[in-house]
Design a binder for this molecule. Structure first.
Ligand code: DAH
Length: 340
């Protein structure tokens, strides 16, 4: 029995040291010290011993048991430490590595240009107002001197919801809405930027685009005020050397009506491809508010006059930044958008 005990001690030492993980170690614990283990088998032989030998052997058994238990505990600690070390190696984080840069967004070039336009007019004392994109025929056409069946309605091909409701074809309806809300008070001095819609689609026309409308009504407003205002705008937008010229035109809601050109900022006026050799580039439509338009919205044309203008944001952006195809503005290709 004594020899068996010594053999077990040696065997246990070898087996425990050979364990490479906790599961194997637990198996050894059961095999060595479990109920059906080798130690239990040896202890059973105690019954056959004499009363003299029994306590000695009992002590020896206990010592070997304790020895094995200590070995198991030591190995368990070793394995746990090795496991932790391995995890630390595997999951190492290098906090000194540079971070991944977050891609910073930016405003769309049309938003930038629209904001620039707003800022210029705010600087001249204008208030920015908003209007609905789904508009009534009454505001989009009738109150602008375009009664039903008026041939000038053909200039703006429209998207209709019903006979009386459509997607607005221009920002001019905000003129009528603003005058109506002002209830005859003076002055009226607003700009209104926003989205408009027309049944158009090619390299220079999009079915959805943006305009900025302007309206000033007060006593003694003249065409000279209109010209001065638009000259100030053109010079702030396109450079201090810009000149403007007014060409007679026709809009039902203004009388007289003019189209406004700026001197070409590409060639300075000598003629180039951008201005098609003329030295001038058309940028907007405008005129003196038609007396009947004033009247229909509650203003007395004998007591006040006004001017109005409307310009395309896409057009201004394309001119200013040399963009040749309007569709680029709506493709949302970041390679294009990132240039601005
Ligand atoms: N609404 C016109 C258009 O979309 C532009 C315009 C012309 C606006 C003359 C005006 C104006 O306010 O006076 O074609």
């Amino acid at each position: 029995m004594w020899e068996k005990l010594q053999e077990l001690k040696l065997k246990a030492e070898g087996a425990i040291n050979a364990c490479t993980d906790i599961d194997a170690l637990n198996e050894q614990r059961v095999a060595l010290l479990g109920k059906k283990g080798e130690m239990t088998a040896i202890s059973r032989g105690m019954g056959a011993l004499s009363a003299e030998e029994r306590p000695k052997m009992g002590q020896a058994v206990n010592e070997v048991k304790q020895f094995i238990e200590e070995l198991l505990a030591k190995k368990k600690d070793e394995l746990a430490a090795a496991h932790l070390q391995q995890k630390l190696e595997e999951e190492r984080v290098d906090v000194t590595l540079p971070g991944r840069p977050a891609a910073a967004g930016r405003r769309h070039i049309l938003s930038v240009v629209q904001k620039d336009m707003e800022d210029i007019f705010i600087g001249m004392g204008y208030t920015v107002v908003d209007g609905p994109q789904v508009e009534l025929d009454k505001y989009n056409f009738e109150l602008l001197n375009l009664p039903k069946e008026h041939p000038a309605r053909d200039m703006q091909d429209s998207f209709y919801f019903s006979e009386s409701m459509l997607l607005r074809t221009h920002t001019s309806p905000v003129q009528a809405r603003t005058m109506e809300a002002a209830e005859g008070k003076l002055p009226v001095k607003v700009i209104s930027p926003g989205v408009v819609y027309r049944r158009d689609d090619d390299a220079t026309h999009s079915p959805m685009f943006h305009q900025v409308e302007g309206l000033l009504i007060d006593e003694h407003v003249t065409l000279a005020d209109l010209k001065g205002t638009l000259l100030a705008f053109a010079q702030q937008m396109f450079g201090a050397d810009r000149q403007i010229r007014l060409r007679p035109s026709y809009f039902p809601f203004t009388e007289p009506s003019v189209e406004v050109d700026i001197s070409c900022f590409n060639c300075g006026g000598c003629g180039c491809r951008l201005c098609k050799g003329t030295g001038w580039i058309e940028i907007l439509g405008s005129g003196m508010v038609h007396p009947h338009v004033l009247e229909m919205s509650g203003y007395d044309p004998e007591k006040c006059t006004g001017f109005a203008f409307g310009m395309g944001v896409e057009r201004i952006a394309m001119l200013k930044y040399g963009i040749t195809d309007m569709r680029l503005l709506f493709d949302n290709d970041v390679r294009f958008l990132q240039q601005f």
